[in-house]
Design a protein around this ligand. Structure first.
Ligand SMILES: *Cc1c(COP(=O)(O)O)cnc(C)c1O
Length: 357
C-alpha cells in the first residue's frame, strides 16, 4: 500500500479509528511445527463429547436454518452447572464478543472505561473504537489493586477487571472484588477467562450485586479456542439490555451444540484442570530454580521476570528453537515473559532450552 493510499484511508475513517493502534494478538503461525506456549490455549484435545455434538449437528438439516438467537439449550445446561437461572446468561462468539457487547451497551462516546494496568490490552482497544476514554489504574508491585480502582468519577460508566489477571496470573480474592464492586459507581465486569483454573470465582457476587457481570470463555479451560464461544452471567435486567446490542445470530449452531456438550462434561473439565495445575506447579518451581521471579499463578500460564537478565533474548532464543512464548513489554511498568502451561513434554522441551541459556 502506498503512503498516499494510507493517508487517504485515514481521512475517510472516524478520527477515533485513525488514532487507534489495532489490537495485536499473539503469533498464530499457520505452518511449521511449533511448541506454542504464547497464547494460553489448552494443550489437550477437548472432551470427546464435543466431536460427537459437532458431527450430529453437521448431519441433517440443522445448518440450513438460522441458529437459536439466545442459545437456549446451552443456557439451560450452563444454568444448572452454575446454579443460576437461564435468563442470567448471555452467550457470545468468544468472550471477546461479550466484551465488545459490554462496552457498546454501557460506555458512550466521551465517557470512561476503567481497567487495571498491566492487563488485557483489548479493553483499551474497545474503549478507543467506542470513542471513550480509558482510565488505567496501576496494580501495586505485588499485583494488589488499590482503592483508586473504585474512586468515583462523573464520566465513569464501566470497570473491567481480568481475574485471574493476564499477564500476571494473579487473583484478587472475591472478598476484595466484592468490596471494590460495592464502592464502584458503575457496572463492574469481572473477566473470568481463566476462572476455571483458579481457587475461587466471583459468581457469588453477581447474585448479591445487580451491577456486577462475570464473563467466561471456552477458549482456555474447555480447550475450544478455535470454536469461539463464551458467556456472561448477570442479573436478568442487565442481560436484557445487553441482548439489544448483540448481533441476532452471534453464536452459530455448531458452537452452541459443541459448547453445550463441553459444559455437560464436568468430569473432563476437572481432569484437565488437575493436569494443567500439576504441570504449572512443576513449571513454576523449575523457573524459580533458574533464578526467575515467578508470580503465584491461578491461571494456565505463568509470569516470569529475571532480576538481572534482559527478557527479550530468552523469547528470541526459544523462537529460534521452535518454541513460542510471549514477550510482553508494558510502557511505564516493565517487561517479562508469559509462558502458557503446555503438556508435560512441551514444558520439558521448553525447560531443556532454558537451561542452556
Ligand atoms: C483469552 C482471553 C479472553 C478472550 O477469550 P475468547 O473467549 O477466546 O474471546 C478474554 N479475556 C482475557 C483476559 C483473556 O485472556
Amino acid at each position: 500500500m502506498t503512503t498516499s493510499a494510507a493517508a487517504a484511508a485515514t481521512s475517510l475513517v472516524r478520527p477515533e479509528i485513525a488514532a487507534l493502534e489495532g489490537y495485536v494478538p499473539g503469533e498464530q503461525p499457520q505452518a511449521g511445527k511449533w511448541i506454542k506456549l504464547n497464547t494460553n490455549e489448552n494443550p489437550y484435545a477437548p472432551s470427546p463429547a464435543v466431536a460427537r455434538a459437532l458431527a450430529a449437528t453437521a448431519a441433517g438439516r440443522t445448518l440450513a436454518k438460522y441458529p437459536d438467537p439466545l442459545a437456549t439449550a446451552f443456557r439451560r445446561r450452563a444454568a444448572e452447572v452454575l446454579g443460576v437461572e437461564p435468563d442470567w446468561i448471555i452467550c457470545g462468539n468468544g468472550s471477546d464478543d461479550l466484551l465488545t457487547i459490554l462496552v457498546r451497551t454501557f460506555v458512550g462516546e466521551g465517557q470512561c472505561l476503567r481497567m487495571p494496568y498491566p492487563s488485557y490490552i483489548l479493553y483499551r482497544t474497545l474503549a478507543g473504537i467506542q470513542g471513550a476514554g480509558c482510565d488505567e489504574v496501576h496494580y501495586r508491585r505485588d499485583w494488589a489493586l488499590g482503592d483508586e480502582f473504585a474512586a468515583p468519577r462523573d464520566d465513569l460508566r464501566l470497570a473491567i477487571l481480568a481475574n485471574p489477571n493476564s499477564p500476571s496470573g494473579t487473583l484478587l480474592p472475591p472478598e476484595r472484588v466484592a468490596e471494590l464492586a460495592d464502592r464502584l459507581p458503575c457496572v463492574f465486569v469481572v473477566d473470568e477467562a481463566y476462572g476455571d483454573f483458579a481457587d475461587s470465582d466471583c459468581l457469588g457476587i453477581v447474585k448479591e450485586n445487580p451491577r456486577v457481570i462475570v464473563t467466561r470463555s471456552f477458549s482456555k479451560s474447555y480447550a475450544l479456542a478455535g470454536l469461539r464461544f463464551g458467556f456472561a452471567v448477570a442479573q436478568p435486567a442487565l442481560i436484557e439490555q445487553m441482548r439489544k446490542v448483540k448481533d441476532s445470530y452471534n453464536c452459530d449452531a455448531l458452537a452452541i451444540a459443541a459448547a453445550t456438550a463441553a459444559i455437560d462434561d464436568q468430569v473432563w473439565l476437572a481432569d484437565n484442570r488437575a493436569r494443567i495445575i500439576a504441570t504449572r506447579t512443576r513449571l513454576v518451581e523449575a523457573m524459580r530454580r533458574l533464578g526467575f521471579v515467578v508470580t503465584d499463578s491461578q491461571a494456565n500460564f505463568v509470569w516470569c521476570t529475571h532480576p538481572e537478565r534482559p527478557h527479550k533474548p530468552f523469547y528470541e532464543a526459544l523462537k529460534a528453537q521452535g518454541i513460542l512464548i510471549r514477550y510482553m513489554n508494558y510502557a511505564g511498568w516493565g517487561d517479562g515473559l508469559r509462558i502458557t502451561v503446555g503438556t508435560d513434554d512441551e514444558i520439558d522441551a521448553f525447560l531443556a532450552v532454558m537451561k542452556t541459556l
